[in-house]
Ligand binder design. Sequence first.
Ligand SMILES: Nc1ncnc2c1ncn2[C@@H]1O[C@H](COP(=O)(O)OP(=O)(O)OP(=O)(O)O)[C@@H](O)[C@H]1O
Ligand SMILES: [Mg+2]
Length: 1054
Amino acid sequence: SAPCPARGRRLAAAPSRSLAGSGAVRNDLHVMCVLYKLCRLPRCYFGALILIVMFLQGSNDSEEDMFGDPDSFYGNSSFLAQVNDIEQKYLQDKNADIKAAGEIVLGNLQSGIHQKKDNFSTSENMVVFKADKEEGFQMNENDPVDSNQELTVSILDDLPSSQLLYFEEVNELSSDSRLSSISEIRNKFVSSSSVKIRSPSSSCPDAEHGNRPTDFSSDSKCDLLKAESLKDHLKSAMTGNAKAQTLQVSKTKQLKEAVLSEEICVARKAIESSSADIGPFYGLPSKVKDLFRQFRGIETLYEWQHACLMLESLQQRKNLIYSLPTSGGKTLVAEIIILQELLCRQKDVLMILPYVAIVQEKIRGLSSFGVELDFLVEEYAGSKGRFPPLKRRKKKSLYIATIEKGHALVNSLIETERMDDLGLVVVDELHMLGEGSRGATLEITLAKILYTSKNTQIIGMSATLNNVGDLQKFLQAEYYTNNFRPVELKEYIKIRDTIYAVDSKTENGFTFSRLLNFKYSSNLEKADPDHIIALVTEVIPEYSCLIFCPTKKNSENVASMVCKYLKKLHREKEKQDLIQNLKNIGNGSICPVLKQTIPFGIAYHHSGLTNDERKSIEEAYSTGVLCLLACTATLAAGVNLPARRVILRAPYVANDFLKKSQYKQMIGRAGRAGIDSAGESILIVQEKDKHLVIFTKLPLENCYSSLLVELTKGIQSLLLSLVGLKIAVTHEEMDSFMCSTLLGVQQQLLSNEKSLSEITKDGIENLIEKGLLKERTSAKDHDSKRTLTITLLGKATYKGAIDLAYCNLLYRELKKGLEGLVLESNLHLLYLATPYDMTFNCSPDWMVYLRQFNQLSAAEQKVVDIVGVPESFITKKASGQAIRKNVDSAVVNRLYLSFVLYALLRETNIWSVSEKFNMSRGYVQNLLNSAASFASCVLHFCEELEEFWVYKALLTELTKQLTYCVKTELIPLMEVAGVLEARAKQLYNAGYKTLAHLANANPETLVKTVEHLSRRQANQIVSSAKMLLSEKAEALQEEVEELLKVPTDIPGTC
Ligand SMILES: Nc1ncnc2c1ncn2[C@@H]1O[C@H](COP(=O)(O)OP(=O)(O)OP(=O)(O)O)[C@@H](O)[C@H]1O
Ligand SMILES: [Mg+2]
């Protein structure tokens, strides 16, 4: 659709502006304030004029106004042209009726709120926003979302507050009276019912005519002269003010906030008055739409997204499951629903995502929305998160959490009777319900929400659901599905040199497509018998390609093999930069495989890389510096890295045959929306496995409750916390709760031998045996009802989210520690905080074990003895001698892992430690993250047991050290979500040393001074830092208010 004249005019006048938003309104208010004071207009006329300008201008970019260089406006003709323009408008309209002006504005405001469905015209797969045209919000199609223009701040966006100060000195009018006059008028308009919309053509001169009206009367010519003098006056005033100091909090910001909060207020009222009443953007302020455009580049909603948001069930706040293929755009729908909850319904929201890295990614992505729309984004991942969350009086919070932290958060809200604050819970990748202990934890969380809070809405989404009926029953949810995919996906399989198209209609599941065309030498044939190079070179380097491999080692081998037969290609400088960047990350070391493959645009990607390395490689792939990644299945889980072609090296993940859902997740990466016309996947199958390809015809796997399989982390843990939280304290209540779980829905399927009630009874008995629950008969009850109570140990266990399999052991070890904790170093404490579940797949290198032992001080060697590993055991193992003595291998392994952690805390260098212990650096980092998480769990455990008071201080410090295993000065920077060590070092060296430095940084300067930092990343870092800073400041303010609150029950007062 063609840009509206008003928008075109704005772009011509101020090309440095980007997208619409209320920023323009506030900036225009600045200009109007200036005019008002100079011309001494009657106040009511001034108010009307402001609103006219708001209408004319639409809105615009909302980048922060606090970084502007005051010098930048000098000689800026666009600002003066705007002043001229406004002056002309005033002169032309000066005899107009104020009421009429008010009605115009009312039309603007109300048309925004009540546009309903006619805001959207539906084309094939797109829902186009029409309203923009009329309001001048339409974005110029050529406006780059992430271009230089975005942050080049025009004078109108960035009039420093010193300018206002200057004019305030000239005129005595207080800013309060100005504000109130604006809001008075707006309120009056909103409450009125008459609606008139001025046609854009009548209010906005043609774009080609720039800012100037084409026709002047003699009167207006005369006035123009006055305007010229006003222009001169402004020019000199601004020059003078260039030297004035800028205020910390700009007035424009305050005005912007006032306007936005009014808009939100109106949207909220619209939602309250009628659930079907749709505001400018699904009940949300139009600014939200602009932000999606600005931050995500999303211009229009897909048709299904619109349909889904318009669902009757959503309007009625029913629970909803929706399922669409990968890359279908599910996230956007969830985000709009989240914003409705935060802004319009004023409730907190919990978003549950599967992995820490994805939580951090989301925090970065949504912080900018929080900064603009005035809500908090709080991280609940790893060892981060407060339980219960701080009660915020002013702002609403979006908690973004991993499954485990989401569970702990819900527990804490139930315990403090604050579930009513939680309006919405969104679960991404809902199929995770069927995936082991994490699935069990997710099921427990959702079951508790359903049982304790009827007003909390639950939304679940996934690309790979089959038995939706069961899930619907469990979540009492409606279901929406659609096959939409923005880019068509063509599925193929390769057997020998033949490519077949996957075709579910045929008997074996595929039909002939073509023969693979290649010429191999005999050497190449030996190196690449599956002809991966032939498949790859059909697409790279022009297009991108992913090869999913069954194992980590295999992905490294494939990357090395492919690059041997390729020529070094374009963008060599950027590839060298990437190598240098990886070297910096590794403190001078780089993985030899990556060093070899990157010059060819190839890398591997798996969990053996550190988070820093993974992120650099992902970014290089996203920007096209790398064109091929050989990866493992981990890349398919949630990371948005699409490719033109996806190759599955074999139908296996490790030794297991590929599941249909895994296959779907992997091939789902094929096809980049907006870039490729189609994506294709090729599964390489050996002749012997040909018959197994039939799996492509089968339905997706069902999702089954994991509560029974994961006994200690599943049903037992659930029963314990039900008593702990007083959700269910009798057998009857337990039974009733269990029926509401997914296990309850699937009970016939999952247990033939025992009924659910019997399983529950067994679980309770087991908990009593473990000393976690007690049963007592209440004498008061006539029928002697038996009630369950939780023991102190039980409470500590569920509060600390400790696996029930280890709670007694942990208690014993902590108790033993009280008798003689060695505090010469943190080794002993580290041992206690080393996660039990990592000890199983640890196989110590005995020589390393001995060497590490020998390097310990005498006191530290005593720790080894205290925990139960005799020195003789280590020496014998290292020299390969037989051992008769029975030593607990779990303890031996756990101690070995605590040696690794000990080395990490001392050296703060993952690379050297991984070399020393001969472990992959990714594993070492994973151990560190798990230890940080477990240390915070042990801390919560100790907090419940008075006897362990001494551990509280010690573990608080240790958790911090493990969370940020870096030099102390980097910690404040690494608190910002997604700022990893390498980036923190760069920022620190560039002079950004504190959170406040980052929150107040100019993204433009960051891009210039920090290497390998894109504009998008710089913006995200600044937004995340702003968010964290404001979150911390608010928390302190709330504390102050709480402290100063006068109690109502002071003795002696009535
Ligand atoms: N209306 C839209 N217009 C253009 N791009 C869109 C639109 N909606 C979503 N996208 C983009 O499509 C990409 C994929 O979207 P998203 O991550 O939400 O997919 P998904 O359905 O969650 O897939 P998966 O199941 O793989 O997680 C993202 O880059 C997103 O920004
Ligand atoms: Mg998704």
